[in-house]
Design a protein around this ligand. Structure first.
Ligand code: DGJ
Length: 777
């Protein structure tokens, strides 16, 4: 709810309040952001008190010696008026200076959300506050939009600059958000990484000066995700003050956190000013991307829940909003470029037998794409691989009983391609320099209309012809040369590229809402809210090693729900880490997301196939809870444990994944805490899982009735058809006992194996199902 009281603006969500006030000179002061205030609480009590002059400060009004912008918590700020912190703007004004003075002009409260003209935005908000600021010297306006999403405790902010003068101005920086929070000994948490090691959570103290979280690759990037947290020093998963920020944008982002000498912490977030320059002509306006913020005093899980609900409710749209996602088989890691129709149909038939629902044909089906040096851009079916064409092949897949999905990388081209030979001008390059390639490819110039039209036409016609129901949209290199012949001002390149991408996605997918789009960018190089407006799920990482995925999916879970994470079971040893992990652990990690398989099923043993069929059936039974349940990261005092829990909406079912990274000798007992359930009686049971005997090597002599060569033919043959069962525990107890923690059976420590010993070892895991007792239902 938005309440205006004189010069104060109060935005309430179900659990938070955001309070702004207009000062006597018309600046916007940030008063408060935190837990919901009482109705009577107001600016007089909550504003920072100003009663001293701070030596050497510049005064906004020389007759007012306690009004220094530098010493205030502001909601927006300028250059050249005495505030020396990072300014949200850097405009070259008509007088050639960079000095601005934006003060309150008017405000309006609007119903619902105000859609953006150029970019995707959140939808379904409750109310929007528009505060218009005007520069004191020139008719340049900044419209600040605040939208309240009450139930999800999210407030979004964005700014629009309007030039109502008669000369152009140059925008060198324009943020979507600027605000100052009094310090709480904040720690900043960011998601950093690179290819196959995306989204690692890093923590650093917010100290004096500026910390930057940004990307310059032309995408939101795997280097630094746009999302970040500010948390009080003692915050943990369940307690403490946490602010979360994110941005609905897929290009170069930029956030700064700056602690001032007055111990105020400025947060700015917006488009990266790096190589950015935008000429705003008279009567033009410039929209900044929408940024979202959330606060919780219930620790990191608190802000995660807000952000998860917000994404499921206000970002993801179309037919797949809140819809359960299909279990897929993707042929990439099974075949790479080396396949033909026979191999594909065999994989599809094997997948169908295991209960899989969707077949995805990845890279390599078109042109001369037999390796990654050629063919990209030529979306004509390779007749050697699919002799009857795409429609016929898709029909064969559907006849097997699977839906059909297809891979594209529409923004890119190989120099060795028909597209490049006939349209070299479609690719981004500078006339007087050699091109720099990434994965042997150039980027297509999405600033050009003819390129956008070409992509829309190419992709759409195949989608319609083959009745494709899922698309994997890949993007496998960073942008390097920021140059387009279509632009007069190259400072607009990066942003115009992203606007071009959004236009293309709109044109292809808006008329085809039945298609499930999965965005991918060498894995998670474009995992952001902008892409989620088109693509309900995103391929998290090319790294499917479950132990690496524990870090990656945990990192993403701070901001993004499980329904957005494409997660696959692949082969072991893992193709990038060489790590050997059990099929059970690979599944237990992948099922906390949108499950898929990415391996050649024909090489699996009969026992492994049975195992996968059981996994698929189990996932189908609990899919809604895995994809849309309330997700908790459960604290463990042991550093070799990762515990994830997801709880059904009615709080009557929980699923807990208990993961052990490296085993320690004589591991002490483990406790399983299950939180977030309704009050009542529950049964907890372990999902039965197979223990493959080959894993035990020579140890098998302790349980086998006859002596066997651990590496012999008999052992290998038995391993293909027979497995042991891991310890299954069942308890009945109250939700209170579960929240306090149930001690689990002890782990194997070399003193004997029996059915009450948990066999985890390195990289072991268990899945627990916790369900309300019948009497409770
Ligand atoms: C990178 C993706 O992340 C992979 O899953 C696969 O689609 C390859 N590209 C294909 O080139």
């Amino acid at each position: 709810m938005i309440t205006i009281d004189g010069t104060s603006f109060r935005l309430d969500t179900d659990c938070t309040t955001y309070l702004i006030s207009q000062t006597k000179y018309g600046h916007l002061e940030h008063i408060y952001y935190g837990n919901l205030l009482g109705k009577e609480d107001g600016v007089d009590v909550l504003a920072q008190k100003r009663s001293i002059m701070v030596g050497s400060s510049v005064l906004y009004n020389s007759e007012d010696d306690i009004y220094s912008l530098d010493a205030m918590c502001l909601e927006w700020s300028d250059n050249g008026r005495g505030d020396y912190r990072h300014s949200p703007t850097e405009f070259k004004m008509p007088d050639g200076s960079f000095v601005t003075d934006f003060i309150y002009e008017s405000h309006e409260v609007l119903a619902g959300t105000v859609a953006m003209e150029t970019m995707p935005a959140a939808y379904g908000g409750d109310q929007t506050l528009l505060i218009v600021l005007k520069d004191k010297a020139y008719p340049i306006f900044i419209d600040l939009y605040y939208t309240v999403f009450e139930q999800t405790n999210v407030i979004s902010r964005r700014a629009v600059v309007r030039n109502e003068g008669n000369v152009p101005i140059t925008i060198r920086r324009i943020m979507s958000i600027s605000m100052d929070l009094p310090d709480e000994c904040f720690q900043m948490y960011t998601l950093d990484g690179g290819w196959i090691k995306e989204a690692s959570l890093h923590k650093r103290p917010v100290s004096y000066g500026v910390t930057v979280n940004s990307s310059t690759t032309g995408a939101s990037s795997n280097r630094h995700n746009p999302a970040f947290l500010l948390a009080e020093a003692d915050a943990n998963e369940d307690y403490g003050s946490v602010y979360a920020f994110n941005m609905i944008y897929s290009g170069n982002h930029y956030s700064i956190v700056e602690k001032s000498e007055r111990d105020y912490v400025r947060v700015c977030m917006g488009i990266n000013p790096h190589l950015f320059e935008w000429i705003l002509s008279p009567e033009e306006k410039f929209e900044t991307p929408e940024c979202v913020m959330s606060y919780s005093s219930h620790g990191f899980n608190g802000t995660s829940h807000n952000m998860h609900d917000f994404i499921n409710e206000h970002i993801v749209r179309g037919d797949y909003k809140k819809k359960e996602r299909p279990i897929l088989i993707n042929n990439w890691e099974a075949h790479f470029f080396d396949f033909n129709e026979g191999k594909l149909l065999r994989l599809a038939k094997d997948a169908k037998k295991l209960g899989i629902e969707l077949f995805v044909l990845d890279d390599g089906w078109f042109g001369d794409r037999n390796h990654d040096k050629a063919g990209l851009g030529d979306y004509r079916v390779n007749p050697k691989k699919l002799p009857d064409g795409m429609k016929a092949f898709a029909d064969k897949i559907r006849d097997i009983g699977l839906d059909f999905g297809l891979w594209f990388e529409p923004e890119m081209v190989n120099e060795d391609s028909e597209l490049y030979r006939s349209h070299p001008e479609y690719a981004i390059k500078l006339p007087n320099r050699h091109s720099v390639l990434g994965r042997n490819q150039l980027v297509l110039d999405l600033c050009k209309k003819e390129v956008r039209d070409y992509i829309v036409e190419q992709v759409s016609s195949i989608l319609d012809e083959a009745k494709v129901s899922y698309v994997k949209w890949d993007m496998n290199r960073h942008i390097a040369e920021t140059f387009s012949e279509a632009l007069k001002n190259q400072g607009e390149f990066y942003h115009r590229y992203i606007l071009g991408l959004y236009e293309v996605l709109n044109r292809i997918f808006e008329p085809r809402p039945h298609i499930l789009l999965e965005s991918c960018s060498s894995g998670g190089n474009r995992f952001d809210l902008g892409m989620l407006c088109y693509s309900p799920q995103i391929w998290v990482s090319d790294d499917t090693d479950p132990i690496e995925r524990l870090k990656i999916q945990t990192g993403l879970s701070y901001f993004y729900p499980q329904s957005t994470m494409g997660a696959h079971v692949s082969q072991a040893p893992h193709q990038q880490t060489l790590r050997e992990t059990s099929l059970a652990t690979r599944f237990h990690v992948a099922c906390f997301g949108c499950l898929g398989y990415e391996l050649d099923i024909k090489y699996l043993s009969p026992e492994q196939k049975k195992d996968i069929a059981e996994q698929v059936a189990f996932y189908k039974q609990y899919r809604k809870i895995f994809q849309y349940g309330r997700f908790y990261r459960i604290k463990s005092y042991k550093s070799n444990k990762v515990i994830w829990e997801t709880v059904s909406e009615d709080k009557e079912t929980a699923l807990t994944g208990f993961f052990q990274t490296l085993a320690t000798a004589a591991e002490s007992s483990d406790k399983l805490k299950v939180i977030g359930l309704k009050k009542g009686m529950f049964t907890l049971r372990t999902r039965p899982q197979k223990l493959y005997i080959q894993r035990f090597g020579g140890l098998i002599k302790h349980v086998a009735p006859v002596e066997l060569n651990p590496d012999g033919v008999i052992m290998r043959a038995v391993n293909r058809h027979y497995s042991l069962r891991d310890c299954v525990e069942t308890y009945t107890c109250s939700s209170e006992a579960l929240a306090a923690g149930i001690p689990l059976c002890e782990q194997f420590i070399g003193t004997g194996y029996h059915e009450s010993v948990r066999m985890l070892g390195d990289f072991g895991s268990n899945m627990y199902i916790i369900e309300a007792e019948d009497t409770f239902l």
